[in-house]
Design a protein around this ligand. Structure first.
Ligand code: AMP
Ligand code: GLY
Length: 424
């Protein structure tokens, strides 16, 4: 089987790592990939959002399956692009079509979907420029903090949480009238603030059957103690120790099953991963968000715990026989810590040589933002390297990861030293 994997981050390196361990893999191509994926397959200089270029790569390399890592190509309709072509439609593509990817692509769509299917989520209303006045009134009736969400994709920056009513009103105006997030904030969801601990659950589905993957918690803020600016994710742990069986049963029965049934009922065939961003409010799960893909850095802890063959599961998705496949997970804990460029998530420099990657033997090193410079590896993004370890518990996994990180060096490197501390 020849596989083309789209994307270039830590999630894609972890996917490439797992796919390359499958006995049915013949050749792996990654578009565009990073310095880490080049040792697992062939990196192609193809933009995942340029569907014509993806098509050419599929034809030129006799690809038998396409795996989509990031959300943008899905929300932009890459699956529909494949379905419209006589040749491409014979090649399975792992990821939802444009309609189903709206679960991530439009917060308003997702909220409406949850309301329709009785899936627990924060109370909300949506507003547009013509209904700005009503939105401002609605804010007055809400209790602080105020949660404002740009409807569309905004690179993880589209959610504002404000304590002050005046500031919330000003931001609603900025989003709807001043196009703060461009088209993404043409509609704004205002919702009730939920208090609780967040975690994520990942499910692979063929539109009918599904497999629940391990849950994970990520650490979004740049600073220790969860302070400072939001990032793409500074580390992750799986499983989440507080997600005991009672809570997991509620997640399954109140969230996962109604979502999969709801998609089917609404006439959407969802093939791929669903990322459930959850919050545990006094023991009850609420959906904070859906994503139409795996999380990053959650993938770097979820896939190392998958014992089953990932290509076999993807074939189950493609042929709608996922229910017949077995899935098995490592009971140990996986933890990952992200090394980032100095200055991230604000301005940072690229092109710094990374030293010591080969000195790591007890952890798995996943490249997130790296580039190959001849034989050298250099930094090419804000999040640079994710170092994952397995252990008998959170403390053991993290101890190994932090020991491994000691070997790795680049100018300006920063990482949080408190990943997972809240779970010990
Ligand atoms: P989202 O992009 O929807 O995941 O929102 C980003 C982050 O904002 C989440 O991970 C939460 O930390 C926070 N958040 C979003 N919605 C709520 C809410 N209704 N109550 C509390 N926190 C929220
Ligand atoms: N780690 C959060 C995300 O992938 O969206």
């Amino acid at each position: 089987m020849n596989i083309l994997l789209l994307g270039s981050g830590g999630r894609e390196h972890a996917l490439a790592w797992k796919l390359s361990r499958s006995s049915t893999l013949e050749a792996l191509f990654i578009a565009p990939g990073n310095a880490g994926t080049r040792s697992l397959g062939k990196n192609l200089s193809v933009d995942p959002n340029d569907f014509d270029a993806v098509e050419k790569a599929v034809r030129d390399n006799e690809i038998n399956m396409v795996v989509v890592g990031p959300e943008a190509p899905l929300v932009n309709g890459i699956v529909d692009y494949f379905e419209q072509d006589e040749y491409l439609k014979t090649i399975p593509i792992i990821g939802p079509n444009k309609a189903a990817a709206q679960l991530e692509g439009s917060k308003d769509f997702a909220k409406d979907f949850m309301k329709r299917h009785n899936i627990p989520t924060a109370k909300y209303r949506s507003f547009t420029k013509p209904t700005l006045k009503e939105g401002l009134k609605f804010l007055e009736q809400m209790q602080p903090p105020y949660v404002l969400k740009a409807d569309g994709l905004a690179g993880g920056k589209g959610v504002l949480i404000l304590d002050d009513l005046k500031a919330a009103k000003a931001e609603l105006n900025n989003m709807l009238v001043e196009d703060k997030f461009g088209n993404a904030s043409k509609t704004v969801v205002i919702e009730e603030f939920l208090e609780g601990i967040e975690m994520s659950v990942f499910v692979l589905t063929d539109g009918d059957g599904y497999k629940v993957f391990p849950d994970a918690k990520d650490y979004k803020r740049i600073g220790e103690g969860d302070k400072g600016l939001n990032t793409g994710g500074m580390g992750a742990v799986s499983p989440v120790p507080f997600a005991k069986s009672g809570f997991s049963d509620k997640v399954l029965n109140q969230v996962i099953i109604p979502t999969i049934k709801g998609l089917k009922k609404d006439g959407m065939t969802y093939k791929g991963f669903i990322f459930f961003g959850l919050i545990n409010v006094n023991g009850d799960p609420y959906v904070i968000e859906y994503n139409c893909r795996l999380g990053d850095p959650e993938t770097e802890v979820v896939l190392p715990r998958l014992r089953s063959d990932l290509i076999d599961l993807f074939e189950g998705v493609a042929t709608q026989t996922l229910s017949e496949r077995d899935v098995e997970f490592d009971p140990r804990t996986a933890a990952t810590v992200m090394m980032v460029s100095g200055g991230y998530p604000e301005k940072y420099e690229k092109g710094k040589t990374i030293y010591g990657l080969n000195g790591v033997s007890n952890s798995i090193v996943f490249h997130a933002g790296t580039a190959a410079d001849g034989p050298a590896v250099t930094t090419a993004g804000g999040r640079v390297i994710a170092v994952t370890s397995l252990g008998k518990d959170v403390a053991a996994a993290l101890e190994t990861t932090y020991e491994s990180i000691e070997n790795i060096e680049f100018e300006g490197a920063y990482y949080r030293k408190d990943i997972g501390k809240d779970l010990m």
